[in-house]
Write a protein that binds this ligand. Structure first.
Ligand code: HAM
Length: 418
């Protein structure tokens, strides 16, 4: 035993977990403001769900095994197949367009490196039932909102938009057979940072045409023009650029695809997504168009670090009750009452010496010390703002229903301490 998690897995100690939660809060808030409803699915799925739908790259990274019932199962490496499976089975019960989001933890056996682990959390937003690229615009605007809630802007990130169907037509025009297209698209997805010689090596006679296509970025497809207009109307025009180099590694995309990158180009993609109009049909559902994206926590956290955006690292409880041994019962009654009233309250259950309890309160980062000393018998308590050491007296009393009343109540403490 080393005390370390497995390679590529992360422990989140409370300060790191608090930072992670700030990311989740921004994701959930952006989803809520944009009208997406939260869902969840199983961590374990049948292996087949991925081998048939996701493409070779992800399949090579699967954590899979036989369960005790002899079923071939896999830990989910992405959410889209689960989402598509769930929607395909129940879509009749929901008004279209369906707009759902989730924050699953995903597992991929990758080589661990900066921003890339063997597990990560991923914000997934997906929309089903909208054929027009208004759906792409809506999803891109939602991810921009999520990033802006974390303090990032168009100077920090760029949404690179491309079109798989444009590439499809391009490959057909250059004689690539249908069965070879997925392989060529995967090669195209891996060309980032390659030299012209390497491209020639990998693509043969196609290399020159690809080069030309990359340079002819102005040749936006109609779909891309409409996406840019929609994103601009929603207020994020400056965030988006056409970049045909983006093709995406996953097999199921059929139309517009996009990735979010840091402007400096130092990190791998923060998010990626696109249209996958055939997946629901393949999963036995109806022919329903779909668009979505996934944003990982790990690359995002690296980017926030680069940009020196500090995520709040909250400590424990806000109020810490410090009590004389003889007043323990009243102290516990206060703890219980304040918690029921919505305050975050802690105390030292071992109830050491007064000074020790105050030390614990400070070490745990509480804002307030509520001091239950001998004067409490006369209805008096001490209130101490621990950081400033300002102290004053407050009153407590028991109401007819046995509830304890504080005067002033915790909501007003900041005002009275000043
Ligand atoms: P993806 O491009 O495979 O797409 O992943 C989306 C994002 O998740 C990446 O841009 C990256 O930030 C993060 N990510 C992926 N793998 C790792 C890893 N090993 N460690 C850390 N972060 C990682 C999908 O998964 C699609 N299912 C997204 C989607 C949803 N498309 C439509 N709807």
């Amino acid at each position: 035993m080393t005390g370390q998690p497995l390679p590529g897995f992360r422990d989140f100690f409370p300060p790191e977990h608090s930072a992670l939660r700030s990311i989740f809060e921004a994701w959930r808030e952006a989803s809520r403001r944009s009208g997406f409803s939260e869902y969840e699915g199983p961590e374990l799925e049948s292996l087949e769900l991925y081998t048939e739908k996701s493409g070779d790259e992800i399949v090579a990274q699967l954590y899979h095994f036989k369960d005790k019932g002899d079923r071939e199962v896999a830990l989910r490496p992405e959410m889209t197949p689960t989402f598509a499976r769930m929607v395909a089975s129940q879509h009749r019960n929901y008004r279209k367009p369906i707009k759902w989001f989730s924050v699953p933890r995903l597992f991929r056996y990758e080589r661990p490196q900066r921003g890339r682990h063997r597990e990560h959390y991923q914000w997934n937003c997906d929309m089903v039932g909208e054929k027009s690229v208004a759906a792409e615009a809506e999803l891109i605007a939602t991810l921009c909102l999520g990033l802006s809630l974390l303090g990032l802007g168009a100077n920090d990130v760029v949404v690179k938009v491309s079109d798989r169907s444009w590439w499809d037509a391009f490959l057909a025009k250059h004689g690539v057979e249908e069965k070879d297209k997925p392989g060529v698209l995967r090669t195209l997805d891996k060309l980032e940072g390659s030299t012209p010689e390497q491209r020639k090596d990998k693509l043969g006679k196609l290399a020159g045409f690809v080069e030309e296509a990359w340079q002819g970025q102005g040749a936006d497809s109609e779909a891309l023009k409409a996406v840019h207009q929609g994103v601009k109307d929603l207020g994020y025009g400056g965030w988006c650029e056409t970049d045909l180099r983006v093709v995406r590694g996953l097999a199921y995309y059929t139309g517009v695809v996009f990735e979010v990158h840091d402007r400096a180009g130092k990190l791998r993609a923060v998010a990626g997504g696109g249209r996958y109009d055939d997946l629901l049909k393949k999963l036995g559902g109806e022919d329903l168009p779909a668009v979505g994206f996934g944003m990982g926590d790990a690359v995002l956290a690296e980017l926030l670090k680069e940009k020196k955006v500090l995520l709040e690292k909250k400590g424990g409880a806000e109020i810490f009750v410090v009590a004389e041994k003889a007043e323990k019962s009243l102290a516990l009654a206060l703890v219980g009452q304040m918690r029921r009233n919505g305050w975050s309250v802690d105390y030292d259950p071992g109830a050491g010496k007064w000074g020790k309890q105050l030390e614990v309160a400070e070490a745990k980062g509480a804002r307030w010390g509520l001091l239950v000393g001998r004067e409490s018998a006369e209805g008096r308590l001490g209130l101490k703002e621990l950081a400033t050491r300002k102290q004053l007296e407050i009153r407590w009393s028991r109401a007819a229903d046995e509830n304890i009343c504080l005067e002033p109540n915790p909501g007003e403490w900041a005002k009275v301490v000043g």
